[in-house]
Design a protein around this ligand. Structure first.
Ligand code: ADP
Ligand code: GN1
Ligand code: MG
Length: 354
């Protein structure tokens, strides 16, 4: 595939001089481009095995970013698509599905927070995002990955992968399988709360890991929420929880030394404060009370998804080495254990903010 073919379709003022792989996303293929005058752009090949209807993903992103632009004064705070010369907002060609964004300059994107203040700001950013979308017409959004955070369905898919054991890996991960199975009853906790009227559906981001938000590099304040592929109706506790899963821990997501993987309660509290400040009174008391459940369910679900992918031959999440998905699964399960150990403290922290 010739990059120049793809790039030539986009409506750019200056010629592009360089194109290099960029970032640590697990799903799409991301490149940074630099033009003759030094302006940078993000070029992304949308992963169409994951997003089967890319036109629906792009429709959601276009609508949400246009909506947010009207509510924001700083152009760097909203993702900005670069259109094609023909006016479309993505390219669907034999060379794949491609989109382009303006690069968010003078910003940082962290895989783990460097300070609790960084993580507070991530909370402010994701909370603000949810508040800004409170009146967005949810019926206009497509469900880009059906049942994305339907944890009970994810559990059934996991059991099927164990049963099929196509790659003969189940024996090696017996302990992890048992760990997940022994928590089967917990899988429906958020869905049950929803059925009982305690947890409303909102327009949520659904992939609030910390490298999906940019901080301003000089002020370190929340700047822009990115990776908008999974904006769909969802639960506030899920958005809260996925950030805790990915950011309230110092170790990397694929850390092999599990003694380094611990829930950081100071970070947990900082994110709680930031997210609620960002939400600015949007959430009901009962939703906030379910934040610890959101953190644990997202961590368990993610661990289960990594293990399912490992059992199925590593086809969903990008990997750069063998057994990386298994290592990722293990960190998530260790974090679940740690959350269970600190459950009462997590609840006490949340109670302080009610
Ligand atoms: P994936 O879906 O694969 O996770 P992302 O959309 O999250 O892809 O992009 C991957 C990484 O690229 C991000 O974590 C971030 O570091 C970087 N990135 C994405 N969009 C921008 C942007 N507009 N400006 C600067 N960096 C970006
Ligand atoms: C993926 O795309 P990225 O890397 O921001 C995944 C999330 C997982 C996360 C685990 C669309 O996020 O659901 O929680 O990896 N995104 C999709 O790190 O599946
Ligand atoms: Mg991402």
């Amino acid at each position: 595939m010739e990059f120049s073919n793809v790039i030539s379709k986009f409506d750019l003022k200056e010629p592009i001089l360089s194109c290099n792989p960029y970032g640590n996303g697990h799903i799409n293929s991301t490149f940074v481009l630099c033009d003759k005058k030094g302006a940078r752009f993000i070029l992304q090949r949308i992963n169409t095995s994951v997003f089967k209807k890319p036109e629906q993903v792009m429709s959601n992103i276009y609508k949400v970013t246009e909506y947010l632009k009207k509510r924001s004064h700083d152009p760097r705070s909203v993702m900005s698509l670069v259109p094609l010369k023909n006016g479309e907002n993505f390219l669907n060609s034999q060379d794949g599905c491609w989109r382009m964004y303006k690069f968010i300059e003078s910003s940082v994107c962290l895989d783990t927070p460097e300070t609790s203040r960084d993580f507070y700001e991530c909370g402010v950013g994701f909370g603000t995002f949810q508040r800004q979308l409170r009146d967005f017409p949810a019926e206009e959004l497509f469900e880009t990955i059906p049942d994305f955070h339907n944890t009970p369905k994810r559990y059934l898919a996991f059991l099927e992968a164990v049963e099929a054991d196509t790659f003969h890996r189940a024996e090696e991960v017996k302990e992890e399988i048992e760990f997940i199975k022994s928590r089967a009853d917990f899988m429906s906790v958020l869905f049950d709360a929803h059925k009982n009227g305690r947890l409303p559906l909102r327009v949520t981001h659904n992939d609030t890991k910390i490298n999906n938000i940019m901080l301003d590099s000089s002020t370190r304040s929340a700047l822009c929420v990115i990776d908008l592929d999974t904006i769909m109706p969802g639960f506030s506790a899920t958005d809260f929880g996925d950030s805790i899963r990915s950011g309230a821990v110092i170790a990397a997501e694929d850390e092999k030394d599990l003694s380094r993987v611990e829930l950081n309660l100071e970070y947990f509290e900082a994110y709680t404060a930031g997210f609620l400040d960002g939400c600015g009174g949007l959430l009901d008391k009962e939703e906030i009370q379910l934040f610890p459940e959101g953190a644990k369910i997202m961590t368990l679900e993610c661990g289960m998804r990594f293990l399912t992918d490992y059992l199925q031959g590593d086809t969903y999440f990008k990997t750069s080495r063998p057994k990386q998905n298994l290592d990722r699964c293990r960190t998530q399960l260790k974090l679940v254990s740690d959350m269970e150990k600190h459950w009462d403290t997590m609840k006490e922290i949340i109670n302080k903010y009610l």
